[in-house]
Design a protein. Structure first.
Length: 208
């Protein structure tokens, strides 16, 4: 029986588990909800922002192998981290099946990992400055604190620095723009900084 269980786990893990990211998913599969006609009815989930590549991460896809003990011990920390980041990043419809699963998973994990599970609800943006931060002209710098908090409230926690030009325009034409974000995550004060065309993920500390 042990040998059979081992073979089943190997056959499941080989195509579905990405050991580098801890994500369980089928490469090339598109994560979109369906309406009654089985046609995609909504745009891609906002939580897609934190993972890249063609292997989608879902809460159910992560929690099933964890619950059944199918995850290799060496990969378990990465798989748990991916699940918890997915919980932190998603904003499901509370009336829908995704919302019910989200509530159940959050309840199950809150006793053992309360700091991580609660990260989504305590991600607060304190100060965001964007523009030519190395220069001396304050006219080439924008305060985007309110705008970025609005994005975070929608579950959008990962973005490129260059995308912030969509808020209030380009504050420093011809200059390399820098972004600094001061925020609270899971009760901790943090700061991140990046320049064009780099990417910032405010949740990359979740689960670490």
């Amino acid at each position: 029986m042990k040998q059979m269980a081992k073979e089943i786990c190997e056959k499941y893990n080989t195509p579905f588990l990405d050991v580098a990211t801890g994500i369980y998913g089928l490469p090339g599969w598109t994560c979109r909800p369906m309406d009654c006609s089985q046609q995609p009815s909504y745009p891609p989930f906002r939580n897609e922002a934190w993972w890249t590549g063609n292997r989608p991460c879902t809460q159910a896809g992560q929690v099933m192998p964890l619950a059944l003990g199918m995850v290799p011990e060496s990969s378990r920390p990465a798989v748990e981290r991916a699940l918890l980041r997915e919980i932190a990043g998603i904003r499901p419809d509370p009336a829908g099946p995704g919302g019910q699963a989200h509530h159940h998973l959050t309840h199950q994990f809150k006793s053992s990992l309360p700091r991580i599970v609660s990260a989504r609800t305590v991600l607060v943006i304190d100060k965001v400055m964007y523009g030519d931060l190395a220069g001396t002209d304050p006219g080439r710098i924008l305060d985007l604190t309110k705008e970025l908090q609005g994005q975070v409230d929608k579950g959008e926690n990962c973005f490129t620095v260059s995308s912030l030009v969509n808020f209030k325009g380009d504050p420093a034409h011809g200059f390399v723009k820098t972004l600094t974000v001061e925020f609270h995550l899971g009760g901790k004060t943090m700061q991140k900084s990046a320049t064009d065309p780099e990417r910032i993920d405010l949740l990359d500390a979740v689960g670490k």
